[in-house]
Structures are given as structure tokens and as C-alpha cells.
Design a protein around this ligand. Sequence first.
Ligand code: R5P
Length: 314
Amino acid sequence: MPRLLSFAPDCRPIVIRKTINYNFSVIIVGGSSSRALTAHLAAETGSAVASTEIRCFPDGEKYVRVLTPVVKQDVIIVSATYPDSNIIETLFLFDAVRRGRPNSVRLLIPYYGYQRQDKLFKEGESIGAEVVAGILDGKFDEIITIDLHAEGVSNYFRKTKIRNFIASPLIARYYNKAGIDIVISPDGGLRAVEYAKLAAHQLGCEYDYFLKERIDANNVKLYPKKVDVSKKSVLIVDDIIATGGSMLAAMKRLSELGASAIYAGCTHGQFTNDALPRLKEHAKEIISTDTIESEASKVSVAAIVSEHLFQLKR
Ligand code: R5P
């Protein structure tokens, strides 16, 4: 059985190897939002992490310095565009690296801030995802993203190639020994269902989904669609957990439907306010990847990114 497949148009198929440390080298420049991911990527690739100085002036403005020489080197900057101050930090890191005359500069955006504002929902709005793309487009040799919320986001990049990878099989792999019978998506959207499908494929089990309607930022409604989870051990996967509203609604519904155990995982664990402790009350375990670092980050997306870099170097 292939270990990881993908069929979303802008998502690349990738196979995660069992071995780590591919022994090829890039220089990794880690932003302050992605310390753990930077370290994991260095370990996976056997690459050096550049020495940097990143701090704030007393007035809150950022200061960035890259001390490791990067002349004629292939560089990958690891930096989120969330929260807002990291947009500036990403740009400053790029500028500092560029001045060092590298061979190439890639950007890994573990979490793309404003990706959920990917179109006009109401008259008079700004499209945040397009604004962020406009700032970054044309600067890098390639931009790597993880579980972009919507395909439309990568379409806003007109000059730079975007490679988007799916992390749900990594979440599934973490739960390999948990005896999962079925994977559930809390949402019937094409992408959300695909995440569940790929996770189920990794575990060799079935998958299903709920139909969700978002009422406002804090509230969602699940339509009472039946999924057959009675006495089954269930894994719920989602791309983002923000307020936890979607995940909580799914957990409650699965309990009503008689699930015997509930596990959960997401790629981007924002966990605003008390989302994580609230969700923990309803699940055996809840994890996220390290695209946003928190106590729930039990899985690293470094494996996906290093495999991609490895394929480029071959
Ligand atoms: C929505 O379409 C996303 O896939 C997530 O389900 C959503 O962003 C989660 O947000 P919250 O945790 O606030 O329900």
C-alpha cells in the first residue's frame, strides 16, 4: 500500500521514508515562530541551522541579523506569517539572507496567516490571503506550505512556485497503535474530506464526515448526519483548530452516536483561549503538528519538507 497519496490539485504527492537524515545540505534560517520545526528539519536533513539574532527594540520594532555566511548556499527560511509580527520578521529574514548572496532562497511557511480570508465573504472586505501573497510573491525561488486552507490561496502567487503538502497522514501515523477504526472529518468540504481520506488510507481503515455550518467565529452547527461509529474508536482530523468549536461539536456528536474512544489531531493548532483544555475533556488524546508550536505539537512536518528537499537535490 503506498504510504501517502494526494489528489487536491495544488497538493503534491509525497512518500515519507522511514530513514531520517538524508545527508544533503541546505542552510536553515529559522524564524522565532518555528524554533522546534527548524531543529527537526535540521535533524532530518543533516543541515546546519544558521546563527541568527532576532529581537524587538524597546518600541516593538523587529531587529533581525543572520550571522552565518550564506554566499552561494541553498537557503531555506522557516517562518510563519502568523501572528502579524512574523510577516515583518519573514521579510527581514529574506532581506538579510538575500544580501549574503545565496544560490537560492526557499521559504517554508508552516502556518500561512490570513489563509481563511481567501475570498470576499461580504462586500467591502479585504482579502487577507491575497494581500499576504502579494507581499511575498516574486521574492523566493519556491514557497513551501502545509495544508493551505483553500486552493485559492496558492493562486494568488503569480511569480513564485508554491508547493503545498498535506500533513494528515503524519497525524494518522502518530495514532498507528491506538486501534483506530474510522477517521472522521468534522466538515464536508472537499479538502477536509481529503484529509480524512488520506489519514484513513495511512491507517488502513474507513472514513466519513459531518456536514458543518459556521454560524460565527465561535459557533458551528453540525447537521445531524449519521456516521456509523457505534462502539468504534474514532480519529477526528482537521486542518486548523482555532476556537475549538468545530472539533468540540464533532466530539459531542460522536459521543451521542456511541463512539467508544475519541482521538483528535489537527495540522495547525492555534488553540485560542482555553480551546485545548476544553477539548481534552472530550477526547482520549488531542495532538497537532509543529506548524504552530504548542504543548500539543507531537508530530513534526519536517519529514514532509525534508523529503521534498531531498527530491530537489537528486
Ligand atoms: C474550517 O473550515 C477549518 O477547516 C477548521 O475546521 C476551522 O478553522 C476550525 O475553527 P474552530 O476551531 O474555530 O472551529
